[in-house]
Design a protein around this ligand. Structure first.
Ligand SMILES: Cc1cc2nc3c(=O)[nH]c(=O)nc-3n(C[C@H](O)[C@H](O)[C@H](O)COP(=O)(O)OP(=O)(O)OC[C@H]3O[C@@H](n4cnc5c(N)ncnc54)[C@H](O)[C@@H]3O)c2cc1C
Ligand code: SF4
Length: 335
């Protein structure tokens, strides 16, 4: 006998939390499993403020997180992973393991995989930006930590930078490393951070080097034009090929593709707009045990970064690939 009244959700980031809330709103019971000791996912643990309003993350997401903790229809299991799963759609038997190695079997009718993403490692392969060589080359995530601490400084000397450059599409839209997709958020986040830098350091010059700017949702009006018009952020269409040290500065080399000529510019600090890759949790702990159950979903061919592929998929969009649903009627889809 299955338990179609209960849904298992793996991962308690924004995707998993929203899924759990929706399941509870439908009058069903949700078992929400999170590998870490807190819910909220990557934004809650890593980012200081969020688009589109530059609101502090804890304030912006606090009510969602509290809603999960307070909802009696949501059975939250922290520090827990899926280790085994059997059964069929409508009647899954899933073994969960908590950090003290206690195992529990839950009976669920549906499973939602919402294991999210991880940030691209900018030290990998073709990346010539010196992330692991130069202190003053940081990522969007490192910059968020600085915003949280209340100061933007050059890690090399603790001084405020006078010239800051963002390099877009680091780890995304790069066929050489097999990440052909656009991560969809980094143009908006770089623009958001450029505004934050200008607010903290009004005299700093801030540049964004981009292939093309891809602002999704409402961010264009709220962030992109604001950054240019109100905060005088310089958007430069160009391809950066290399970052090297010159004295105590960083020299950015590349091509200004609007002017069609080589460019070399000195900066105090470089921020790499790292993209997203599928969460490690997908490979190690979720999909392997669930693979037999996700019979109609499969991972993409090696080297191609697609989270899940359905049997009759609509056009998959990267930002939407984080959750796969196996529902009781055997249909499946994205959320
Ligand atoms: C630099 C950057 C800045 C961003 N800033 C913003 C912003 O300002 N505003 C905005 O709206 N969006 C922003 N985003 C996008 C936002 O972070 C994502 O859209 C969102 O985090 C996706 O939520 P998710 O739940 O799918 O994944 P995640 O947030 O990655 O959450 C996945 C959860 O699953 C858990 N998990 C993973 N594997 C397992 C497992 N095996 N078992 C159990 N649990 C597991 C993880 O611990 C995590 O808690 C930003 C993204 C980046 C890269
Ligand atoms: S959102 Fe912008 S920076 Fe990110 S991959 Fe797409 S185009 Fe590149």
């Amino acid at each position: 006998m299955g338990n179609t009244e209960t849904v298992l959700i793996v991962g308690a980031g924004p995707g998993g939390m929203e899924a759990a809330r929706a399941v509870a709103d439908l009058g069903k019971r949700a078992i929400l499993v999170e590998a870490k000791g807190e819910i909220g996912g990557t934004p809650y643990s890593s980012y200081a403020t969020l688009t589109p309003d530059l609101q502090e993350t804890e304030e912006a997401m606090g009510h969602i997180v509290r809603g999960i903790h307070q909802n009696p229809a949501i059975d939250l299991r922290l520090n827990t992973r899926v280790v085994k799963s059997e059964g069929e759609v409508g009647a899954f038997h899933v073994t969960l393991e908590s950090e003290d190695s206690t195992q529990t079997v839950v009976e669920v009718g549906s499973i939602i995989v919402a294991t999210g993403f991880q940030h691209f490692d900018p030290g990998r392969e073709t990346q010539m930006y010196g992330y692991y060589e130069y202190d003053d080359v940081i990522t969007l995530v490192d910059a968020e930590r600085m915003f949280k601490s209340g100061a933007i400084v050059r890690p090399s000397n603790g001084e405020a930078p006078e010239r800051v450059a963002f390099i877009q599409c680091v780890g995304s839209r790069d066929r050489q490393i097999g990440n052909q997709y656009c991560s969809k958020v980094c143009c908006g986040i770089a623009s958001k951070q450029s505004i934050e830098i200008k607010r903290m350091l009004p005299n700093a010059k801030v540049f964004i080097f981009y292939i093309d700017m891809r602002m999704y949702g409402f961010w264009e009006d709220q962030i992109y034009w604001k950054a240019q018009e109100e905060y005088k952020v310089n958007y430069v269409r160009g391809i950066v090929t290399e970052v090297i040290r010159k004295g105590d500065k960083l020299l950015i080399k590349g091509e200004d593709t609007t002017m069609g000529r080589p460019m070399e510019v000195l900066m105090d600090m470089v921020i790499l707009s790292v993209g997203m890759e599928p969460s490690k949790g997908v490979d190690s702990h979720v999909i392997e045990p669930l693979e037999a159950l996700l019979f109609s979903c499969c991972r993409a061919a090696p080297g191609r970064q697609i989270f899940f592929r359905g049997i009759r998929p609509p056009r998959l969009s990267f930002a939407r690939r984080c959750a796969v649903v196996v529902s009781k009627d055997g249909d499946h889809g994205r959320r």
